[in-house]
Design a protein around this ligand. Sequence first.
Ligand code: FAD
Ligand code: NAD
Length: 406
Amino acid sequence: MQKPNIVVLGAGYGGMMTTVNLQKKLNTHDANITLVNKHDYHYQTTWLHENAAGTLHHDRTRIQIKDVLDFSRVNFVQDSVVSIDPKQKKVKLEDGELDYDYLVVGLGFESATFGIKGLEEHAFMINNINSARLIRDHIEYNFAQYNNYKEDRPELLTIIVGGAGFTGIEFVAELANRVPELCQEYDVDPSKVRVINVEAGPTALAGFDPELVEYAMNRLEEKGVEFRLGTMIKECSPEGILVEKDDEQETIKSNNVIWAAGVRGNSIVEESGFEVNRGRVPVRDDLRTPDYDDVFVVGDCAVLFNKETERPYPPTAQIATQMGSTVATNIKLLMNGAKELESFTPDLKGTVASLGHTDAIGVVFDDKKLFGRSASIMKKVIDNRYLMQLGGPALVLKKGKLDMYH
Ligand code: FAD
Ligand code: NAD
């Protein structure tokens, strides 16, 4: 009998954990396992804001896939997925085509711009290693330019971050730490630099513990971050952004606009004809698509509803990682002819957001609030735990955040 082809698309949290678990659960004579990814590295999306601010080098964030997977058990294909044809069970790549018996879609997220004019063209976004590195270099270049003009050009030193969700807050926190270093390096007076966080809603981190939100905002304001709450970004242009608050419009000039105000599933999924909700497939409990028994979706390309609240679970690395483990189990069950598959229920351990290298806020184990150094240590423990799951102690030693107390 021919071995089934299992194809995993995307080496993000969901795709990597699916493949690592398949590699453990299946023998080489059971199936052909193929992982397709744009690059030969996996990256920790949860550290990209640090790469974008320049507080952590991107080489710490990327992990060579060959260092984690056994290439004698997994075929790795470095290529870009163009489209999926679930009826023909084929995946079109930029440089070829793959047939599958079981497919796992883990192509991750992209920024949602909600049709706001000019964002795609003029704003930067924290989406992957390349876009994060570009933000770091662009900001640094503007600092380098500043003293080379006769006239004052404050827009070079004005950094606007759209959105005060977790990404926006974590990013401005890194910027607040990076700006003093940049000022020193490029002979810039710190009082000339502005970091402005624009949020449409009435508060930062909507829905999070209000006491912790206040702590975070106070800490960031002390470091010079300006919050513009209840302020909607309406347009972006080469000059900056147009915002609206209480029916009043204002233009804020800036040469550094970073849009961190929402995500959606990779548009390849929608363009391939899968049923989607904000670009994300409303998966069944066993993580298969509503229409195809041989297609699983993991991570930010999937949306799963919490039955108690009837609201979608947020797209997080925590959930993507857990989905990878369930999908590997379910593929093995399907291969063994099982009729019933495992249902996925996220095991939510909490949420911790970093506020720079030594500060953070979080709620863990249902209702335990953490802030400051203890939250920061917890955040690093979470990051190291993921590396342990992915590649064991060697990967923790190589890429982990071991400098907990500095
Ligand atoms: P992703 O991590 O998005 O990876 C997708 C993979 O697919 C990438 O390797 C990419 O190269 C590849 N790919 C994409 N398109 C193609 C293509 N066409 N062809 C081939 N390969 C392709 N969540 C938390 O739980 N905790 C946190 O602390 C946290 N912090 C975050 C901080 C930031 C700055 C951001 C942006 C997000 C954060 N999140 C956090 C959310 C979390 O990162 C996402 O939910 C998670 O990355 C989703 O994982 P994923 O497996 O769906 O795919
Ligand atoms: P988000 O959707 O959570 O937040 C986006 C914010 O942008 C919202 O507050 C929204 O009101 C605001 N916004 C939207 N349109 C706007 C506009 N036109 N003008 C001004 N503000 C606008 O997105 P995110 O922060 O990128 O997070 C994405 C996912 O990643 C979430 O599930 C989040 O939980 C997860 N994440 C988790 C962590 C963590 O656990 N530490 C860190 C980062 C991201």
